[in-house]
Design a protein around this ligand. Structure first.
Ligand SMILES: *[C@@H]1O[C@H](CO)[C@@H](O)[C@H](O)[C@H]1NC(C)=O
Ligand SMILES: *[C@@H]1O[C@H](CO)[C@@H](O)[C@H](O)[C@H]1NC(C)=O
Length: 227
């Protein structure tokens, strides 16, 4: 009798474990967030002025899995072949000379959750680079004549229209509320289906990401480095 019970309990706990392990993300998309370094603590060199990679993850409308595989820690040797490109595209704003710790955090937090789809560390980082090469936030701004300024401000819908027009799909826009309540454009996010076609980011994701830039906000586009 005791043996019987033991087997049942063991079976129950095993099946629970494997259920959690293979819990499938329903309606997944890829989500790429690019970021402009607007912190005063940026350590990036003066020549560097672009929206760089911040986050590349798989998620759905309501749920973003994180830290999916503690048994697969980041290994710089696995991305050696694209290290130069990563240094350019995915810098650590607070530690320009040594971004590897940041890549490791990103891999462990978001990358491991793409394993069912992208399967290797190299594939994850390569796909992030490719995705970023296909979005052009700076060009979108220039085309809409939205230029960096310390004095002219823009509205959320001006930015939104500029990115939608250039990219052809709805993006997300995040701002930062800085010193003296100054609102600054900070992040642009892009959504892709699982075949890497650009798709509209849903209103749910757009609203979730829309930090600090309300419809009435006066938003600055900063350009420290060209001053
Ligand atoms: C997102 O995926 C989770 C499972 O991981 C599921 O419970 C949830 O319903 C999904 N949300 C949408 C909007 O599909
Ligand atoms: C714009 O603001 C930055 C940061 O405060 C400052 O360094 C720069 O001199 C300003 N530029 C102009 C033209 O006022």
């Amino acid at each position: 009798m005791i043996k019987y019970l033991f087997i049942i309990i063991l079976f129950l706990s095993l099946s629970q474990y494997s259920k959690a392990d293979s819990d499938e993300l329903k309606n997944p998309i890829y989500f790429l967030r690019t970021i402009d370094c607007v912190h005063s603590k940026c350590t990036i060199p003066k020549y560097y002025r672009t929206f760089s990679l911040h986050v590349f993850q798989v998620r759905n409308d309501t749920y973003t899995p994180a830290k999916c595989d503690p048994n697969n820690p980041f290994d710089i040797n696995k991305v050696k072949s694209i290290k130069k490109k990563l240094e350019e595209a995915w810098p650590d704003f607070r530690n320009w000379d040594s971004p590897q710790g940041f890549w490791g955090t990103q891999w462990e937090h978001s990358g491991t959750c793409t394993e069912p789809y992208l399967t290797t560390q190299l594939a994850y980082f390569q796909q992030a680079l490719t995705a970023r090469e296909n979005v052009h936030p700076n060009k979108a701004l220039i085309e809409a004549s939205i230029l960096p300024s310390n004095t002219t401000t823009y509205t959320y819908s001006q930015f939104d229209d500029a990115f939608t027009k250039h990219h052809g799909k709805k993006t997300t826009i995040k701002c930062m509320n800085s010193w003296n309540d100054v609102v600054i454009l900070h992040e642009i996010g892009y959504c892709f289906d699982m075949d890497f076609n650009a798709v509209d980011c849903s209103e749910t994701i757009r609203n979730e990401q829309k930090e600090w830039c309300d419809d009435g906000s006066k938003i600055f586009l900063l350009d420290w480095w060209k001053q």
